[in-house]
Design a binder for this molecule. Structure first.
Ligand code: SAM
Length: 334
């Protein structure tokens, strides 16, 4: 069965859908958790196969309408929960979970909804909340000090002008409440002689979105829980869009599936059996056909692992990303 959904039929085009279906094989039935329901592109496709069940989640309550339409059609096979990745351990699951999917980032509908202020085209108040948030971009921009803002832009956006931008923000916000376009103009004023292919505010907006939605702790907690929840022979699959989230997925999947390197100069280490095997030895990216149909898919990267043994939770697995997690903790003062 072909898994292509044409963009004119739905505003959000489910990225790498054929590839996802080929890996999770709903053709053989089973229960799947769609952690990023969005417009339901993946869930709908999985439900087309008989003997499948989908437990879907999304933090955005706008997904509720599409989810309730799907519930009418697939009453016993579909459920939706308006929760975040970090809460999936609370899901009540009967039986085995054959696949857990994370299609990270934002749907086109969220970006195009200018009231959310996710894009630099938005007018009005700074927001950037995806759903179930404790604070907004307005709080961050107005309440954090210069050093803290600089860290967010530098580490979450890899923005080279982070110091100058944060200095200007702190200066300008004394005169007025900064809105979305004020932020765009501040960033642009620091890059007058620079040419960039994308909008000059792209990196600062990405950084603020990551911070406001606590994307790093959400993803790390969601991945850790998934490793516990997924059943033997089950699959965890991620589609990532920015380099930081891809680094986290890659690191976690390698950690779960690869043997530690043994050095012949060090005392022999006891080799532990790995609980997962890496399915995507070669990274999967959109085909040229998909890129033509849906250009925003260009930065998508698909990775997947399969559970082959009992998994013992390692609390410190994400120590490598401690700095990023600490930056998110700045939100505790908001
Ligand atoms: C790229 S879209 C998914 C699109 C979906 N695969 C489809 O075909 O329509 C990502 C979705 O994940 C949701 N999301 C992002 N982070 C989340 C989190 N921490 N918890 C729950 N949902 C999240 C967003 O609200 C958004 O709807």
């Amino acid at each position: 069965m072909s898994a292509t959904i044409l963009p004119e039929k739905t505003l959000h085009y489910p990225v790498l859908l054929n590839e996802v279906i080929n890996i999770i094989t709903p053709q053989n039935g089973g229960t799947f958790i769609d952690c990023t329901f969005g417009q339901g592109g993946y869930s709908k496709k999985i439900l087309e196969y008989p003997n499948t069940k989908v437990i879907a989640i999304d933090r955005d309550e706008n997904s509720l309408q599409i989810a309730s339409d799907l519930k009418k059609k697939f009453e016993d096979r579909f459920s939706f929960h308006n929760i975040r990745f970090s809460q999936i351990k609370d899901l009540k699951i009967d039986g085995e979970v054959k696949g857990i999917i994370f299609d990270l980032g934002y749907s086109l509908n969220q970006i195009k909804d200018l009231s959310r202020g996710l894009s630099f085209d938005s007018k009005g108040e700074l927001n950037m909340k995806m759903g179930l948030n404790d604070f907004s971009a307005k709080d961050a921009i107005n309440k954090l000090d210069q050093k803290e803002l600089e860290q967010i832009f530098k580490y979450f956006g890899e923005e080279k002008k982070s110091k100058l931008i944060s200095k200007k923000i702190v200066f300008e916000r004394q005169k007025k409440n900064l809105d979305t376009q004020d932020l765009v103009n501040i960033v642009k004023s620091t890059k007058k002689n620079y040419y960039t292919k994308t909008n000059q505010a792209t990196k600062v907006f990405q950084a603020l979105r990551i911070f406001v939605n606590k994307e790093i702790s959400e993803l790390t907690r969601g991945l850790k829980e998934s490793a516990n929840i997924v059943s033997q022979n089950g699959i965890i699959l991620t589609v990532s869009f920015h380099s930081l989230e891809d680094r986290i997925c890659k690191f976690f999947f390698n950690h779960l599936s690869k043997q530690d390197k043994v050095s012949r100069y060090l005392p022999e280490k006891k080799l532990t059996k790995k609980a997962f095997s890496l399915i995507t030895k070669k990274l999967i990216v959109p085909s040229s056909k998909e890129l033509k149909l849906n250009p925003p898919s260009r930065s998508a990267k698909l990775r997947a692992i399969k559970k082959i043994d009992i998994y013992e939770n390692n609390k410190n697995v994400f120590l490598k990303f401690k700095n990023y997690l600490n930056i998110e903790k700045l939100s505790e003062k908001l």
